[in-house]
Design a protein around this ligand. Structure first.
Ligand code: 5AD
Ligand code: FES
Length: 358
């Protein structure tokens, strides 16, 4: 077979797999790997068009927003990729008080947010009791808002206590669905099985659950990425957050390559095809590697943005990776910035809880 022919055949095979994903919303592990390995730019475009078709059908031109409150950068863990790991002594640590958090919510509500995401490192100061108190106060003051928690691994009892206090959603990225790759990204104290167990608890309790992974993290291969997609297909989360890996200068991955824009966008499109109603954020990390990254993410099939609502005074301290956007004075009003960005591509931010459409 001559070269041209072989590439045409290859191309139609990948298109066939993407079309099957579009109609059946599932592929085998090896088919995912094949798609990732052999795709061309045209295949990416093809997947993008199908993804946008689904997103428009289910969510129209509306983009959901969440007000992100990064309320503590203390963390007991040492994930190798992460800038706020406990062994990084360059980091100036902070915690917001309950009053600080409530004033973020107040400001956020005024701006049009109807979901608050409380995100933080694994900080032992925030005991179940303290978290429950904060969640109950937000629930009481904002009965029409969704509360999302993202503070890592806890016991099943803790997750249940937060849920009973009024939390609706929980974000816990699985980070990678490959055990060996997990052990490349994390120190030995952290366990792949434990992570999976936590995700299972969250689902069991009744949360809307978000998982996710980084694109282009050290040691990632097409095979491990295929495992991520297959895991998502089986786990059926309500949300999935992905963004490029971006090296942070004081971690052991400081010299590693950052994740690619086009690969991240292609994966966003595939996620939309795997689960057409999935809540998919166009992440800050994507906006960090390209000035229009978040717009491109929406154009690839994402339907959520999570602007920063944290006080500007602490934003630079929540540096998971280098050059993170929205940390300077000029970004005090991320919501209106994102509003403009979304309308520039024909979308609009909506003011509602932004629940998954069934
Ligand atoms: N680059 C990109 N994303 C990162 N995260 C942590 N460190 C980095 C990094 N260096 C992601 C992880 C984590 C989420 C909060 O941020 O996936 O779960
Ligand atoms: Fe934060 Fe634009 S979204 S400054």
């Amino acid at each position: 077979m001559d070269r041209e022919n072989s590439s045409t055949n290859n191309n139609s095979r990948i298109r066939e797999l993407i079309s099957r994903l579009d109609t059946e919303h599932r592929l085998s592990l090896s088919e995912y790997e094949e798609v990732l390995k052999n795709r061309t730019e045209e295949d990416e475009k093809f997947a993008q068009e199908l993804a946008v078709k689904w997103r428009k059908k289910i969510y129209g031109n509306g983009v959901y927003t969440r007000g992100l409150i990064e309320f503590t950068n203390y963390c007991k863990n040492n994930c190798h990729y992460c800038g706020i790991q406990s062994s990084n002594h360059e980091v100036e640590r902070y915690r917001l008080t309950k009053e600080d958090i409530l004033s973020c919510c107040e400001e956020g509500y005024r701006l049009g947010f109807r979901t608050f995401v409380l995100q933080g490192g694994e900080d032992p100061y925030f005991t179940d009791e303290r978290m429950v108190d904060i969640i109950k106060s937000i629930r009481k003051n904002y009965p029409d808002c969704a509360i999302t928690i993202s503070i890592g691994e806890r016991t099943k009892e803790s997750y249940k206590a937060f849920f009973d206090a009024g939390a609706d959603r929980y974000l816990l990225r699985h980070e990678t669905a490959d055990r060996e790759h997990y052990n490349i990204l994390h120190p030995k104290e952290l366990s792949f099985d434990k992570r999976r167990e936590c995700l299972g608890y969250l689902k069991e309790i009744g949360y809307q659950v978000g998982c996710g992974f980084m694109v282009g993290s050290p040691g990632q291969t097409y095979h491990t990425l295929a495992e991520d997609l297959y895991f998502i297909q089986e786990f059926q989360p309500e949300m999935c957050g992905i963004g490029p890996f971006i090296p942070q200068h004081s971690t052991i991955f400081a010299d590693k390559k950052q994740g690619e824009l086009s690969e991240t966008l292609f994966l966003l499109s595939l996620l939309r095809l795997i689960k057409p109603n999935l809540l998919i954020p166009s992440t800050t990390a994507l906006g960090t590697i390209h000035p229009r990254g978040r717009e491109m993410g929406i154009d690839a099939g994402a339907n959520v943005v999570m602007p920063n609502l944290s006080p500007v005074s602490v934003r630079k301290k929540y540096a998971l990776y280098d050059n993170k956007i929205c940390t300077g004075d000029e970004s005090a009003q991320c919501r209106s910035c994102l509003n403009q960005r979304m309308s520039s591509i024909g979308y609009e931010l909506v003011t509602n809880r932004g629940d998954i459409k069934k």
